[in-house]
Ligand binder design. Structure first.
Ligand SMILES: [Zn+2]
Ligand SMILES: [Zn+2]
Length: 68
């Protein structure tokens, strides 16, 4: 799969991750990782069973919408 952001810019970069919110494929240049404890919106795992923070992989657009 190719990075969605790169393809919009006319590039073809192999994607290494997928935004967990919108499902957009992302290369390492465009992926945004947010390691956060709490995230409202119903993550499928119960928080009390997590020993570590989960990496949340987001695209730039979803990151802006959720974090800021
Ligand atoms: Zn990219
Ligand atoms: Zn997204």
């Amino acid at each position: 799969m190719k990075c969605y952001v790169c393809s919009q810019l006319g590039d073809e970069t192999e994607a290494i991750a997928i935004c967990i919110v919108c499902g957009m494929a992302l290369c390492k240049e465009h992926v945004i990782r947010e390691d956060v404890d709490m995230w409202e919106g119903g993550y499928p795992l119960p928080p009390q069973k997590l020993k570590k923070k989960l990496p949340r992989v987001l695209c730039p657009e979803c990151s802006e919408a959720i974090i800021k």
